[in-house]
Write a protein that binds this ligand. Structure first.
Ligand SMILES: O=P(O)(O)OC[C@H]1O[C@H](OP(=O)(O)OP(=O)(O)O)[C@H](O)[C@@H]1O
Ligand SMILES: O=c1cc[nH]c(=O)[nH]1
Ligand SMILES: [Mg+2]
Length: 219
């Protein structure tokens, strides 16, 4: 596990999971010839590995249990069940892997698409658990490009009362990291890599292309 170069001085809120398995799977996802089925499966596997890191700080509480041999004080997750918030539609590609880890998590959806001209997010759907403000949220989207979509989704969650969030993405740009850290310095970012930068269309370079289109086979 490695902290990246700080997005702002002393910024410890960005975690790049540089485990060899993660980097290998990310390389397979990046490759142009990777088929839709493999791309989906890799997204699911990487989500589990990122989720493991994103959940590192979850609070635990003591619980008395009986093993086959004796009674002991063990530990279990404390508080309400997690909420996973998918930024539609590509966020759904990393929801399944996280659900493999925490099958009882609640799920919220924020529907956003990025206007190709302005690169500003346009909201078309919002559905969150009523009590989302009492839950720790993992906000998920494969790509953090300009950062506008992530900032808009987290704005929405804060309006709904949520104040404990982690943002999980497969790939980030330095611009996106800076934008999200500036707008929401309380939200930790967990990602597989931070690439070189954005091109004139707001795509991450070298990147992996359009995550939504590759997950759902729409282009
Ligand atoms: O950081 P940003 O510059 O906002 O870009 C990132 C957003 O762009 C992509 O979604 P897109 O708008 O393509 O929608 P989709 O998920 O429906 O493909 C991606 O999944 C993010 O949500
Ligand atoms: O590189 C990018 C940027 C935004 N959305 C994507 O899917 N890919
Ligand atoms: Mg897309």
């Amino acid at each position: 596990m490695k902290m990246t170069e700080p997005a702002t001085p002393h910024d410890a809120g960005v975690v790049v999971v540089d485990h060899p398995l993660v980097q290998h799977k990310l390389t397979l996802m990046r490759e142009r010839q990777t088929a839709t089925s493999a791309f989906r499966q890799l997204a699911r596997e990487l989500s589990m590995l990122l989720g493991y890191e994103a959940m590192r700080d979850l609070p635990l509480e003591p619980v008395e249990i009986d093993t086959p041999l004796e009674r002991m004080e063990a530990r279990r997750l404390a508080g309400k069940k997690l909420c996973l918030v998918s930024i539609l539609r590509a966020g759904n590609g990393i929801l399944d892997g996280l659900l493999d880890l925490v099958p009882s998590a609640r799920i919220g959806h924020v529907g956003l698409y990025r206007d190709p001209e302005t690169l500003e997010p346009v909201e078309y759907y919002l559905k969150l658990p009523d009590d989302v403000g009492n839950r720790i949220c993992l906000v998920v989207d494969p790509m953090l490009a300009t950062g506008h979509s992530a900032v808009a989704a987290i704005d929405r969650l804060k309006q709904a009362g949520c104040n404990r969030m982690v943002f999980v993405c497969l790939l980030a740009s330095p611009e996106g990291v800076a934008c999200l850290r500036r707008a929401h310095p309380d939200v930790r970012i967990v990602t597989c890599a931070i690439d070189r930068g954005l091109d004139e269309h707001g795509y991450i370079r070298p990147g992996l292309g359009d995550a939504g289109d590759r997950l759902f086979g729409t282009k």
